[in-house]
Ligand binder design. Structure first.
Ligand SMILES: Cc1ncc(C[n+]2csc(CCOP(=O)(O)OP(=O)(O)O)c2C)c(N)n1
Ligand SMILES: [Mg+2]
Length: 567
């Protein structure tokens, strides 16, 4: 996909091939057709070649470049590329790289570096920072410097091999600017071959797990982000064992949430306590059991437990497991199924009524949640009804996500589920833009609060300029609502939570973005209908203060120590 409209070369002299063309060749070889970034004197050859040959999306902040690459990766199943400048640019990328690191997302972050002759000299070359590589090591699993004109391809391929190894993780490469200009795509040393390092599960462990599964009469499965790639075998496993499926936020959609056995991202909801207490086995797959999903690790979970994870350190890290299956869940789960099937009719299977009870509890917790969220119930229903199947739902950290968006809005495909797992605000819009650029076949809906959106307001200009099929819904309550609720619940005071908020209609108009201000669900429905039909960006503001019925104040279960407990 060449981009003649943006080609910078003159008609007579085609631009000389540089390290940018090495990057383009590598991206093409992996089917990646876009990079996100901010241009700089220290990455010009990379940006120029990608823009000429593929697509370069000029976001307005390096953190957004990483978020967009991350959203692209999650929505497409490929890796995403972010290009940043040396020093401040690479530093700006750090917060979003930490999100990619927490979520295990395949981001290839390429940053410039000063001329190789001055590396490490501390002379104060423009953009020079001490210890850039150490910073990259802190925010990535793999970090390396391109150290010679003929080394670029090998370093990029090593980074890609590392970010693709299970569990997935982001990688960073720093590339001195002289070597970017001088790298010759036709004279690169071959990339070192990389063997598959994924652990292979032991047959004895499969047998031990199957013995436990066959004894279970009231089983539950907990699927985390590591279960995203299993597909149909996970659905078959829960159907065959009659297990209810709990998911973490990251594991949503590993079996479509419309399935009657999917309890979903409700494990810490008190409505599930009795069911969990009565269960007699838990099979966990690729999960961290994060604090915010387990009542800070105090949630009681069934025993015995079987834990599947590609990372041996994850087995028993939070909840002890009788059997640990170390391997790729996409291989382990089909093997479990096979062994269960081979065991045949001797297996007792689930107790009569267990699967029905799972479905009743599933419906019950959803009903209770709907009753607590006032007019959001209808907004959530409108989104569910009006978005075509498979639409991507990118959520910033805001009350509408934390309360209902992360649980009630149904996710039927893991690629549709985009949320910053590390909990950092301000990342949703750029993640949504990246997803929408990578998946033009479906609309992307971004759920953002007024506070989170303000972190990277500049990305509204990226949205307008790139014009992907992306609907930005801003839930405006004039501040950091969730912190306001926490303060009111704990002290009755307000500090640092009420914000001066832009006129979003005027802002959208200044960017020529279609806009609708909605105060009730009828207005919201007609705005969303228009937005989906547009196949282009649109901004919808929801005036949260006008919602009727008002939702119950959402107060997250944050542990605040009681001062009287001081010893
Ligand atoms: C990077 C980062 N800084 C600060 C926070 C703390 N924080 C969590 S939610 C939140 C408020 C977000 O406000 P808004 O987007 O308007 O959503 P609302 O809570 O009002 O629904 C803040 C400041 C955070 N999670 N991440
Ligand atoms: Mg707000």
């Amino acid at each position: 996909m060449t981009n003649p409209a943006r080609s910078g070369g003159t008609a007579s002299a085609p631009a000389a091939r540089t390290g940018g063309d090495v990057l383009v060749d590598v991206m093409r070889a992996h089917g990646v057709d876009v990079a996100f970034g901010v241009v700089s004197i220290h990455n010009l050859p990379l940006v120029e070649a990608v823009d000429r040959e593929l697509r370069f999306v000029p976001v307005r902040h390096e953190a957004a470049a990483v978020n967009a690459a991350d959203g692209y990766a999650r929505a497409t199943g490929k890796f995403g590329v972010a290009l940043t400048s040396t020093g401040t640019g690479a530093g700006n990328a750090a917060g979003s790289m930490l999100e990619a690191l927490s979520a295990g997302s395949r981001v290839l972050h390429i940053t410039g570096q000063i001329d190789s002759e001055f590396l490490g000299s501390g002379r104060g070359v423009i953009h020079e920072v001490p210890r850039q590589l150490q910073m990259l090591q802190a925010i990535s699993r793999f970090a390396a410097t391109v150290e010679g004109v003929d080394r670029a391809r090998a370093v990029l391929e090593a980074a890609i091999a590392d970010l693709s190894a299970l569990p997935h993780a982001p990688a960073s490469v720093e590339w001195p600017i002289d070597l970017q200009y001088l790298a010759d795509p036709d004279d690169q040393v071959a990339a070192a071959p990389v063997g598959d390092t994924t652990p292979v599960v032991a047959a004895a462990d499969i047998e031990a797990a199957v013995a436990l599964l066959r004894r279970a009469r009231r089983p539950l499965v907990w699927a985390g982000g590591g279960a995203r790639g299993i597909g149909a075998p996970l659905r078959e496993l829960i159907e065959q064992t009659g297990a209810g499926l709990l998911t973490s936020n990251a594991g949503r959609g590993s079996v479509p949430e419309s399935h009657p056995l999917v309890l979903g991202n409700f494990a810490s909801n008190p409505g599930l306590d009795a069911l969990i207490a009565d269960a007699d086995l838990l099979l966990s797959i690729g999960t961290h059991f994060r604090s915010n999903e387990t009542r800070s690790y105090h949630l009681s979970l069934p025993t015995p437990q079987i834990a599947v994870d590609v990372d041996p350190a994850a087995i028993g890290r939070v909840y002890s497991a009788e059997v640990g299956l170390v391997g790729d869940a996409a291989v382990v789960v089909p093997r479990l199924l096979e062994a269960l099937t081979a065991a045949g009719t001797e297996a007792r299977g689930p107790e009569d009524g267990w699967a029905d009870r799972v479905t009743e509890v599933r419906d019950g917790v959803r009903r209770t949640m709907r009753a607590d969220i006032g007019a959001y119930d209808d907004i959530s229903a409108a989104i569910e009804e009006m978005l075509p199947a498979g639409s991507i739902i990118a959520r910033d950290v805001t009350i509408p996500s934390s309360s209902w968006g992360n649980r009630l809005l149904p996710i039927d495909d893991p690629r549709a589920n985009i949320f910053p797992l590390g909990g950092g605000i301000g990342q949703g819009l750029a993640m949504g833009i990246g997803a929408a650029v990578g998946r033009p076949d479906v609309p992307t809906l971004v759920i953002a609060g007024d506070g989170g959106l303000a972190v990277h307001l500049g990305e509204m200009a990226t949205l307008a300029g790139e014009a992907p099929w992306c609907v930005l819904v801003i839930f405006n309550d004039g501040g950091y609502g969730v912190l306001r609720n926490l303060q009111e619940a704990h002290s009755g005071e307000r500090h640092g939570v009420d914000l001066f908020t832009p006129d979003f209609g005027a802002l959208a108009a200044s960017l020529s973005l279609p806009f609708a201000l909605t105060r009730d669900t009828t207005e919201f429905r007609s705005a969303l209908r228009k937005a989906v039909d547009l196949r282009a960006p649109m901004v919808i503001e929801v005036d949260v203060t006008a919602l009727d019925p008002a939702p119950k104040p959402f107060v997250p279960p944050v542990h605040v120590p009681d001062p009287s407990s001081r010893s």
